[in-house]
Design a protein around this ligand. Structure first.
Ligand SMILES: Nc1ncnc2c1ncn2[C@@H]1O[C@H](COP(=O)(O)OP(=O)(O)OP(=O)(O)O)[C@@H](O)[C@H]1O
Ligand SMILES: [Mg+2]
Length: 267
């Protein structure tokens, strides 16, 4: 199952992607976590050791490898292969993390308004939509904030799109756009998740705001100071305090997704 996590900047995408990856891995699934955010901080949430973190080179920065895959010999400058060979890349460049999970750091797809057709972006995009998911494997992609990248093919082949909101109108507005675009791109399982909720009244307000939407609120996660403490310590939230309210809420989200996976794939 290929799960992607999207939403506005700072809503909790990396917390949710990383903690879900750990929970699937703890339960014995083969997990490949993919960091497709230019901030590249998924390794912290996953709890990789310092040595491994230091060794990571994002695919986007592997200039010579990108050149080797994308340059068309004999063609002039600006001409390159937009469908490069990528099938060996995950196995060659992924690193190992706790509970046997694996992480592949891509780096973000930064595209200026003109639409940058540079080779790095072509390679990352090809990689994302050619990712092959084996039976009992779970791929979790931590996307770049916003919506721009979605229209450019990164959402192709995604089985489950988790759209994260915080209790704010701006964040909800962006979720609506992500939901509409994901639908257009053919994603069938789209789930709205509210994070950083202070109390039930915020959940009610969100439910009120989305009552005309086709997609209801699937899950909610409370605001939890333990998450900030883990951040400050440089620890993975799940290692820092397994019993914290937010981690517990992500656990119950995990159980829903595990059940969904069984419904979708284990016929
Ligand atoms: N439920 C929560 N309770 C308290 N703090 C939270 C919660 N969820 C996330 N945070 C905090 O909010 C900040 C943003 O979280 P996170 O990095 O997961 O968001 P993001 O959507 O990945 O952000 P970005 O768009 O920058 O990649 C972090 O400092 C994190 O500790
Ligand atoms: Mg993030």
């Amino acid at each position: 199952m290929k799960i992607a996590v999207s939403g506005k900047g700072g809503v909790g995408k990396t917390l949710i992607a990383g903690t879900l990856a750990r929970l699937f891995a703890k339960d014995g699934f083969k997990v490949l976590a993919i960091d497709n955010d230019s901030a590249m901080n998924l390794s912290y949430t996953l709890g990789l050791d310092e040595n491994t973190k230091d060794k990571i080179v994002p695919i986007k920065e592997m200039k010579s490898m990108i050149e080797e895959r994308t340059v068309v010999k004999g063609a002039g400058a600006g001409v390159y292969n937009i469908n490069p060979e990528v099938s060996d890349i995950p196995d060659r460049f992924k690193v190992s993390g706790p509970d046997g999970l694996q992480l592949l750091v891509l780096g973000g797809i930064e595209e200026p308004a003109t639409g940058c057709l540079c080779p790095e972006n072509a390679l990352i995009r090809t990689l994302l939509y050619n990712l092959f998911v084996k039976r009992d494997e779970v791929i979790i992609v931590d996307f770049e904030a916003g919506i721009e990248h979605l229209g450019r093919g990164t959402a192709k082949g995604i089985d489950v799109m988790l759209v994260i909101t915080e209790p704010s109108q701006k964040s909800l507005d962006l979720c609506k756009k992500i939901i509409d675009l994901s639908k257009k791109l053919g994603v069938i399982n789209i789930y709205l998740i509210a994070n950083k909720l202070f109390d039930e009244s915020q959940k009610e307000i969100i439910n009120n705001r989305i009552k005309e939407w086709e997609i209801p609120l699937y899950h909610s996660i409370p605001f939890d100071p333990e998450i900030g403490k883990a951040d400050l310590n440089g620890d993975s939230p799940i290692d820092f305090n397994q019993t914290s309210k937010a981690v517990q809420a992500i656990k119950s989200l995990y159980l829903k997704l595990k059940h969904l996976k069984a419904q979708l794939f284990d016929l």
